[in-house]
Each structure stands twice: as C-alpha cells, then as structure tokens.
Design a protein. Sequence first.
Length: 538
Amino acid sequence: MKTPRNTRQLLAALVQSGTTPKQCCNYSTSVKAAPASSSVLHQHLASQTKIMEKAKEKYLEKVVHNGVELSEDRNGDNAQHNWSLGKAQIYPQFDAYRNTDVATLVKKSFGQVDEEKQFLRVKQIVDPNDYQKLVSQANKQISTGSYTSKDEKFHRRTQRETGWYLSHTPNSFTQDGAFGSSNQHCCLIRVVTDNSVSGLFLKNMILPIRKTAPSTFSYDSLILHAPGFQFIPPHVVEEFSGPTPKDLGLSTEHFVFENDQTNTSIVGGIFSSSVLLDNMAYFGARTIFSKSSAIVLPSDSIINKDKSSSTLFINSNNTLRSVLANANDLSLYGAHYNLLSDMGMSRCVGGLLLEVESGSTFLNKLKSGDLVEESNDGKRARVIASPKEGVYPNIVHTPKNIVFVVEDANFIVPLLGKVKNPQQFFQNGLTSIGKEPTFNKSFTVFGEQRAYADPQQVAEAFAKFNKASNVYIVNGAYDEAKIQQAISLISSGEVATLKEEQANSIFSILSHSSIENMAWKDRTKYAAAIKQLEEKFL
C-alpha cells in the first residue's frame, strides 16, 4: 500500500536540529536476546546510519544549497485514510480520496462543466432492471420484500472481491458523514465508490459532520459502490484460480447485496444514484430506529412562510418535489427522507434528486457542485443539487402540518383536503388510486424494497410524534401550478380558515377561490365513488 513519504520533513528536521541520524532511532532490545541476534541488530543499525548520512549529504547538496522544491505528497495518497479502509478489506494501490473538494471531483469526472453555471453535466448511464437483490438477514420476522435471502458467507466473499476491485481501481472516493442532521438521531455512514461522478452525488447527499481523522471515524454503516465491477474472465480463473460467480452467490455482475449483521452493503455493476440513495436510506433508518425509536419517513419538508414552523409531506412524488424546489416563496428543508423524534423533525440527506424536462427553469438555479445526468435523447435530465443556499437548523419543532400525498388521476381525492383519522390513514397506507386503490401498509418503512422495521411499531411511534400537527391530504396527480396553490395555502396558514365540505370518514374537501378542488361535475357519481373508497379503506 502506498503511504506518504516524509523524507523531506525528516531530513530537514535533522539538518536544523544538528541531531545525528544515529540519535533519531530509539531501538530497544530484550535482555534475553542472544549475542548473535544482538550482533545482527547492531550491523543493521550501522547500515541504516550510513544510509541516513548519505541521504543527508545529498539533501544538503541538491535541495538546501540549490533551493530545489520537492513535490508534496498527493491529496489522494494519505496513510491514515488508506489504513482505515483496511477494515473494509480495501488496500488502495492508487489514489484514494476522502471527503475531497468539488474541484477535484469535477476534474477527475467523465463529464463536462457548464461554462455559465459551472455544474457538472454527464450522460446518464442506463442500468439493467433485472439486477440481483440479495440480503443476509438479521431479523427473520421482517419481510425481505423484493430481496432474496442469502447466507452471510456469500456476502463476506463478495465484499472481499469488491474490496480487491476497489483497491486496484485508478481512483477511489470515500465520503464520510451522517444520514440524519440531528446529532442525537443520526447514522454515521461511509460510502466508498470507484468514480468521481458518484462521489459528487455523495458529497451533495451525505450530511457533513465535524472534521474527524480517518483513524478515529467510527461509522455505523458501510456501503461499497462499484459500478465498474466485473467478474474475472473464466480463462483467468482457470489458469490462476479464484472465485467464480457461483462461489459468490451471484449470477450477474449487477447486484445489491446487503448484510444486516454488519450494516454493510455492496452495490456492484450499478451506477444508479437512486439505488445508492435507497441503500443509504435503508441502513440509516434501520440504525436510527434501533438506537432511539425515531422514525424515518419517505417525505419532503419545508419551512413555512412564518419562518418558525414546518410542513412535512409524506409519500411525496417527483411532481410535488419539483413544486417545492421551484417555488420562490418556499424554503425546502429536507428532501426524500425526514426523521421524526420526540425532539422534533430533522432532515436525513443534504441534497435533492429531481427528474426534470430538458427546458426546466430549475436548471437555471444550478451552481458549482451540482450534477446533471442527461438522458441519451436529451429530453429529460436527473438533477442532483444542494438546496438553496442559507443556514438550515439541524432540528426543528414537530411539524405544524403533515400532508399525505396520494396520486389519484380519477380525482376522487381532492386537490386539498383534511384527513379525518391521521393514524388510520398512516397505517392503511393509501398511496395511489388507479382502477383500484393501492394500499401499501409498509410504504412508510420502505416496504416496496425491504422494510427497515415493523410497520406497526413505526405507526405507534408516529401516533406519539404527530399529536400537535394538523393533517391534510393533497392529490399529487394535479399539475404543478395547482399543487403550488394548495401548498401555498398550507404554508401560509390560511388553510386553517377554510370551510370543510363533503365530509366523509376519510377526508373532507377544503375549498378556496384560488384552487379548483373537484374535477367531477356529477356530484351524485362523485359521492358514490367516495363511498366505494370508504368501503375499501375501512
């Protein structure tokens, strides 16, 4: 493993102090050492002394007397960091960067820098949809969701092979930080990736912590992200031996392999920033809940117009997130995941991932350090950015408003309504309405992939944390302009003065002159549709 060479500093110290090289070495030997061994040691010391004396003479002649400046050690060649990666079975043979700056990440990327806004633009890499999802599970009582159970030994073998790959990649990038902005409720996380574009994504998403030396940083969760991972060709395995895909429990180079026992995950052959974010969220939420019973919800949050209270949007979609990010009169506090505890609410990630059209006005807000992944046809883009510049508190009071977002293109759900029984709504998990309502009782614990905790326990915690909140419903199937109007009423507090209409056991409709709240013209048919929804809801 390469480590920084401090020859210049050592020799300079010797010259300035006048200390003889012999004095700088403090060897001690056992009194029981055999005479022969002692003689060998003395010979070794004498040899080292001569070498140091010659080096000192050359240093004086070539450097001090001629004023030559020796090159400093590279930023990607740091002994403490390299040794700290050994816990993950990574021993860098080339440059390994830790929490590096934006300039270095951009310089080593495969994209182009926008001349005006200075953000990084890359072509989106399309990942396969049929990648393997494997898990070495700790709690057998919790459903594995779309993941397949696998013995832990396969995870250990896969981690060893991925570690070897990351050891020999031309550059590796480590981001150390936190999932969760509150010091009392967070998961310290380390992610190691093989490319600087993913490194830039991680720099936007992982929340920074107080500067800590690599040797003393103790993380709760480790993720190895290796989009470039490939199986060793069969003829190489046959000649030099080594593991086959079958030995690792794999059948494809594209996989996500999670280990609950060690809170470790390996993402192989997949570039997707969404997959990486989901992986971080699962282990972050799982760690936080097991430590403190605080709950992490798939949600977005804003600071209200009064600048002293907040609103939480649960199950928010890309359309609503776009509204929150684009609005000039709203302050986005936390995107994708937010945490509720007895102390209040805190955000879990520092950045924003948004799907936009190529001509979106949101692109005008980008700045240095942001990332744009353009689709191959150039019509759409995935934007990774930090929120608006400013000071954001690590934790805020319990949300004044909680909003459930339901996508209903049938418009049975109003644009804006008030939820009658928040706890029942939370537990039933109404997420969308198509031909039939979709109830996902575990969506609040990421059940579409793999639940981080028992949904019932999370629901009980939610009941305790949301007692002081007003609870509303917004239909995420409306266009951005109409959703913006509804959110504005909530953020300003004006929603509390609105009259409730057509109340039922699930919600009541809230009307205002600025919003068109009901797409159904036939009130009789609309009442019948609500009744059918009530029957399925209850």
